[in-house]
Write a protein that binds this ligand. Structure first.
Ligand code: NAD
Length: 255
């Protein structure tokens, strides 16, 4: 039988990369997936892929940084679905040390990476609490605990994702809500390809190779490796796991 039969899962940033892979796996296991993305075409593409596999999904356009939009989306969803699983996956990066990070850059990363996670948790936790049932999984990063060179604002905002996760886990442990996060190292997603295309159009392949070799394990992670952990942590098999952070980084932090 399917692990997520009868469950409803909301995935932010579900149109691309780790989020897309997570949506596909959840749908395969019987969940109805609410694919939330700023990029409607990407969300619709994910919905089409799931429909082709006879899964159930709904594409929803929403800017997670906008609290009003998030509340409106949640009110709309609430008419048809109870969200059992919230995966705060959408996030953005900024390359630069503190000198190359303007106040606008900082605000942009704060609004998406921190406030976006806050917006969906604060809209859905009261509903989960009422039903004494909910799972929240947040996308932190290796940057959350040890920082990444030349990623000042990204590291700072991902640090907050880790501590928000701990706070929420503690505050709602008696309300049937579990909250965890994962800390991926470098994962091969469209983000990496676009970055190389933009910054190294002439030696993309070499830079890809360099990036891979610079990981302790000698390669980047695959989206399927990350989504497998996410899906496990959101399943009932992980019922004893809350308030935890899971590195998944090919040895980046410790080796
Ligand atoms: P991605 O760039 O491939 O996809 C992110 C998706 O989020 C896109 O579809 C984008 O449209 C959407 N999005 C961006 N801003 C949004 C907003 N304001 N509202 C709604 N949707 C928005 O990303 P990815 O590489 O799969 O990363 C997913 C998450 O994992 C991010 O939080 C990222 O920080 C984290 N992470 C990624 C890596 C990596 O190496 N790729 C490593 C560690 C952590």
């Amino acid at each position: 039988s399917k692990k997520f039969a009868g469950k409803v899962a909301l995935v932010t940033g579900g149109g691309s990369g780790i989020g897309l892979s997570t949506c596909l796996k959840l749908a395969e296991q019987g969940a109805h997936v609410l694919i939330v993305d700023l990029d409607l075409a990407a969300a619709q593409n994910a919905q089409d892929l799931i429909s082709k596999q006879n899964g159930e999904a709904t594409a929803i356009q929403c800017n997670i940084a906008n609290g009003k939009q998030v509340n409106d989306v949640v009110a709309q969803i609430q008419q048809n679905y109870n969200v059992d699983i919230l995966i705060n996956n959408a996030g953005i990066a900024h390359v630069g040390n503190i000198e190359n990070t303007s106040e606008d850059d900082l605000d942009r990363l704060y609004n998406v990476n921190i406030k976006g996670v806050y917006n969906f948790m604060s809209a859905l936790i009261p509903l989960m609490k009422e039903r004494k049932n909910g799972v929240i999984l947040n996308l932190a990063s290796v940057a959350s605990s040890v920082g990444i060179a030349d990623r000042f604002a990204y590291s700072m905002t991902k640090g907050a994702v880790l501590t928000m996760t701990y706070s929420v886990a503690k505050d709602y442990i008696n309300d049937g809500i579990r909250c965890n996060c994962i800390a991926p190292g470098r994962v091969h997603t469209p983000f990496v390809d676009n970055f190389l295309e933009k910054n190294y159009p002439d030696n993309k392949a070499q830079m890809f190779e360099n990036l891979s070799k610079s990981q302790p394990i000698g390669r980047m992670g695959k989206v399927e490796e990350i989504s497998a952990l996410i899906v496990y942590l959101c399943s009932d098999e992980a019922a004893f796991i809350t308030g935890s952070n899971f590195p998944i980084d090919g040895g980046f932090v410790t080796l």
